[in-house]
Design a protein around this ligand. Structure first.
Ligand code: NAP
Length: 243
């Protein structure tokens, strides 16, 4: 590990209560300072937080974008953080099914959580990232190109992709902006979205391996990357050298 990689970082990670976010905390928890969020503290995250004052959790419901941005700013102020090394905007949700029958409230929740809230939080964090010469990472999805049964989710991730690519140009030379697109990953997200993945789910990338590939891409500051099952099978998660 290089001297640069050994530096203790300040990281804001949204959606650290389960799935990929929780695995990122497992990777970083002993080496970095972390503020993470979710709508409530999960028991898995509570176990990690025990005896680790370097990790704090804040309740921020991104279905209410303006409130969520306020809660996140307050959580960083509570740690006296005026600079950030990394912001990883990972919180996300979705609905699986026929777009013709998607409940309006659910559709708005998907767009607010995945897109509007992420945009507001990015805007709010920019001054801290700029002071820290930091990196902003948006977690998209391979579904951003369109995905059967996931129309509003795909739309939210396509929006995120366009937003990230715009920010990368707008903020060039001030902070690094990247968008990473995981492929199907073995978390509870599909079940929460109402989709039974059946046997196909056993072929999804394990969340710890996805976290390793994300960590690797953040450390290498790649502009954008699809983190597919093929990439996983190529062994990238085993060779990953992250923050
Ligand atoms: N799993 C996949 O196949 C896959 C593929 C491509 C991209 N992704 C993306 O990867 C990211 C992580 O997903 P995951 O698979 O790890 O799913 P997950 O296990 O369901 O985790 C989702 C995280 O987002 C948080 N979240 C959801 N709704 C929220 C809200 N309204 N306000 C605040 N936080 C909220 C959850 O926290 P609370 O429940 O505590 O609020 C949780 O920490 C998402 O952006 C997802 O779109 C996943």
């Amino acid at each position: 590990m290089t001297a640069l990689n050994a530096r203790r970082r300040r990281i804001l990670l949204t959606g650290g209560t389960s799935g990929i976010g929780l695995e990122l905390i497992r990777r970083w928890g002993d080496r970095h300072e972390i503020v993470t969020t979710g709508r409530s503290l999960s028991s898995d995250l509570a176990d990690i937080l025990e005896n680790r004052p370097s990790i704090t959790h804040a309740v921020a419901d991104q279905a209410k974008p303006m409130e969520a941005a306020d809660r996140i700013a307050e959580a960083l102020a509570a740690r006296d953080w005026e600079t950030l090394d990394h912001a990883v905007l990972n919180a996300g949700t979705g609905f699986a099914g026929d777009p013709a029958s998607e409940d309006t409230a659910r559709l708005l929740e998907t767009l607010d959580t995945n897109l509007t809230s992420t945009m507001l939080v990015a805007q709010r964090l920019f001054p801290l990232l700029e002071k820290g010469r930091g990196t902003l990472t948006l977690i998209g999805s391979t579904a951003h190109r369109g995905a059967p049964g996931f129309a509003s989710y795909a739309a939210s991730k396509a929006g995120l992709n366009g937003f990230a690519r715009s920010l990368r140009e707008e903020w060039r030379g001030r902070i690094i902006v990247q968008v990473l697109h995981p492929g199907p990953t073995r978390t509870m997200m599909h079940q929460k979205a109402g989709l039974d993945t059946g046997r196909a789910g056993t072929f999804f990338t394990p969340p710890a391996a996805m976290a390793a590939m994300i960590d690797h891409a953040i450390a290498r500051r790649v502009a954008g990357r699809r983190l597919s099952f093929l990439r996983y099978w190529s062994g990238e998660s085993l060779l990953a050298r992250g923050l």
